[in-house]
Design a protein around this ligand. Structure first.
Ligand code: SF4
Length: 467
């Protein structure tokens, strides 16, 4: 089955947690997950505790599909965590939906995880040899089982002991009967921020979820930091030294434009990327359009910089949701029409700059270029507000293999021909890093460079462009 618009990186997951005795934490988490829905549409779940037991509701589908009013009524307590999931590791079934609730000798707890462990397989083998029976194929259960087997007396110490054994990307929220814990891996690859809600606290993958529940942003959780939230407030522990390498794709595509990560407003950073793209690859055209919605901020910046009007040329159907179709060529073409429809009057006879945030396989780009031309556009100049993607991601993004990545196989000119554009320009890596605005060191750039964290370098071998 082919998810419509499947030629994009898929966001990994979104996590949310709230400690707010006396407030409706189940509904607050429901609202927080709505704000994070763009980070995962496969499943959603909420775990709530009243201090005695943990109530858990989860299911396959969008937040609105999983939770009814009756289900939310059963989610009352003092603290809650929630999760929206896109299946990066583990199959897409209800067993892998999160939060994951477990009972250990230190009591009940529930976990929700955003990211991917790079040593999950070897840890899973070791744990299986020691007799642990896995119920799911998700990385989260690996962390849960390490917590359960740790010798430590309390959950916080057991969690730290577990985290010392895992490698890769994780932003975690953990619920115990009386505490909400939040953790970010030593590289801080996936985001996690802290907010204040009255006398309570909120943890969320993105600040847009804090805004949605009326919480005030306090700060990002630091890489290698564990926060423990309870009646006495927020306690912070460093469980590893930090080596910051935030995923730069959060700024390009994953995060919502109204979020801030590491103090950087996402909309403004995309707009700066568009301006820089215009300097690097100007075009003579009548109209600048975006591939909605993720290309919009960069297209605005591009139009401002080149002095060409920005306008709408493609309308996105926001209600397509998780429609699936069989992957026949004809239906794929229809899939693009179902999701994006051209405004013929705006395009007729025009030379158009089409700004997109990234090109993964190139299949959707070529369909959109065809769509624009068949709708009357005279020329289509494609501008991309990130560099060519040359390597897969191992840190929690569902990304194609080398063979599927057009940037790993084809030169820019070969890609241009394949997608049928009149010209093609990608933003340089230097331009992207400057547009986001943090110093170069704090980013993970591996999908653009093949330089993975911890010194591992991989490049595509024998990749051929069938232009
Ligand atoms: S490889 Fe790319 S998508 Fe993956 S974490 Fe690094 S920058 Fe993000």
């Amino acid at each position: 089955m082919l998810p419509l618009g499947g030629d994009k990186f898929h966001e990994e997951c979104g996590v949310f947690g709230v400690y707010a005795p006396g407030q409706d934490v189940g509904r607050l988490t429901y609202m927080g997950l709505f704000a994070l829905q763009h980070r995962g549409q496969e499943s959603a779940g909420i775990a709530v505790t009243d201090g005695r037991s943990i109530a858990l509701e989860k299911g396959v589908g969008l937040v609105s599909e999983v939770f009814s009013a009756e289900k939310l009524m059963g989610l009352e307590g003092n603290l809650a965590i929630g999760h929206v999931r896109y299946a990066t590791a583990g199959s897409r079934d209800i067993n892998n939906a999160q939060p994951l609730a477990t009972v250990s000798r230190r009591g009940s707890l529930a976990l929700a995880h955003n990211g991917n462990l790079t040593n999950a397989e070897s840890l899973r083998e070791e744990l299986s040899e020691r007799g642990y029976l896995f119920q799911t194929s998700s990385d989260t259960e690996v962390i849960a089982s390490l917590v359960a087997q740790a010798e430590a007396r309390d959950v916080k110490s057991a969690l730290i002991s577990a985290l010392e054994q895992v490698r890769g990307a994780y932003a975690l929220v953990v619920l115990t009967p009386d505490r909400l814990l939040g953790v970010r891996d030593p590289n801080g690859i996936r985001p996690l921020c802290l907010g204040r809600l009255g006398t309570g606290y909120v943890l969320a993958s993105e600040s847009c979820a804090l805004d949605t529940v009326g919480a005030e942003f306090i700060r990002d959780i630091e890489p290698g930091e564990l926060v423990s939230i309870g009646a006495e407030g927020v306690q912070s522990v460093r469980f590893a030294s930090q080596d910051k390498a935030v995923c730069i794709f959060e700024f390009i595509y994953f995060a919502r434009p109204d979020s801030k990560i590491e103090g950087v407003g996402i909309h403004e950073s995309r707009r700066r990327a568009g301006r820089r793209l215009a300097q690097e690859h100007p075009a003579q055209a009548d109209l600048v359009i975006a591939v909605p919605d993720s290309g919009t901020s960069a297209a605005l910046g591009y139009a401002e910089a080149v002095g060409i009007p920005f306008g709408e040329g493609l309308i996105k159907n926001r209600y397509v949701g998780r429609t699936f179709i069989q992957p026949g060529q004809q239906l794929r073409e229809l899939g693009v029409h179902l999701k994006l429809n051209p405004i013929r009057d705006a395009l007729e006879g025009k030379s158009v700059v089409m700004v997109d945030d990234s090109i993964v396989r190139g299949t959707t780009s070529s369909r959109i270029v065809r769509l624009l031309k068949s709708s009357g556009a005279r020329e289509v100049h494609v501008r991309v507000s990130s560099p060519p993607i040359v390597s897969p991601c191992y840190y929690g993004i569902h990304m194609p293999t080398y063979g599927e990545l057009i940037g790993a196989r084809c030169s820019v000119e070969e890609t241009r021909k394949r997608i049928g554009a009149d010209s093609l320009g990608y933003l340089s890596l230097e331009g992207l890093v400057q547009a986001v605005g943090l110093p170069e060191e704090p980013y993970c750039l591996a999908c653009f460079t093949g330089e993975y964290l911890h010194g591992r370098r991989q490049v595509a071998k024998g990749a051929v462009c069938h232009a």
